[in-house]
Design a binder for this molecule. Structure first.
Ligand code: MN
Length: 221
């Protein structure tokens, strides 16, 4: 197992109390220090028993190549690998200075495809409200278009080769904001914390990757 590199829990780029009042410090500590850590530990434990090649992959690539995982371990990798990738994306797209609106190319794409930022948020509220059980709401760039949808549990868009720009954790453990309970409270907290600059960076990176895939000619590299 010489080339086994364990996945690690990323440090949060802010203090546990930094996202209050939208996420209280105890909830964030539990979510990062226990829930996310359990995914990292669970992923490392299952990978230690599998082909060492799988341990050399970044978690995003591991999810893209989920079919290479033996069937009896696949759901464990799917849940813990997804849980690790999903939460890592989540922490990076929240900020104590977040909220407000997207800008630049991302804002233009949202206006063009959804009509306005307000209708985009309303669509997300509608889709999130229809999720049965636990899961995440995703914003992806799919065939050049912004797409929103939910997936159950810790399933990642990476499993089907799509690149998430933003993920909203709709598990009950994620948000403890009161007095607004339920999905409305989760969304209110989320909109007040989203770091749109970072989401814009993910959008730009996804566009660049798509353009690179489309253009196989050396002169457009
Ligand atoms: Mn979570």
């Amino acid at each position: 197992m010489a080339n086994f590199e364990a996945h690690t829990l990323p440090e949060l780029p802010y203090d546990y109390s930094a996202l209050e009042p939208w996420i209280d410090a105890r909830a964030l500590e539990m979510h990062h220090g226990r829930v996310h850590r359990a995914h990292v530990d669970g992923l490392n434990a299952v990978l230690a028993r599998l082909d060492p090649y799988l341990s050399t992959l970044p978690v995003e690539d591991l999810l893209k190549e989920i079919d290479r995982v033996p069937e009896d371990s696949r759901s464990t990798v799917r849940n813990h690998g997804g849980g690790h990738a999903n939460h890592r994306l989540l922490w990076s797209t929240l900020s104590p200075a977040g909220g407000g609106k997207p800008s630049g190319l991302l804002a233009e794409a949202i206006d063009e495809q959804f009509g306005s930022f307000e209708t985009f948020k309303a669509r997300i509220a509608h889709i999130a409200g229809n999720l049965f059980g636990s899961g995440w709401l995703w914003l992806t760039l799919t065939r050049g278009k912004l797409v929103t949808y939910t997936l159950p549990n810790e399933d990642s868009p990476l499993l089907v080769g799509e690149r998430p720009l933003l993920g909203l954790d709709l598990w009950e453990h994620a948000w403890t904001r009161s007095p607004t309970e339920g999905r409305d409270g989760q969304l209110e907290a989320f909109w007040n914390l989203v770091d749109w600059e970072e989401v814009g960076n993910h959008y730009q990176a996804a566009r660049d990757a798509a353009a690179k895939r489309q253009c196989q000619q050396p002169q457009c590299a």
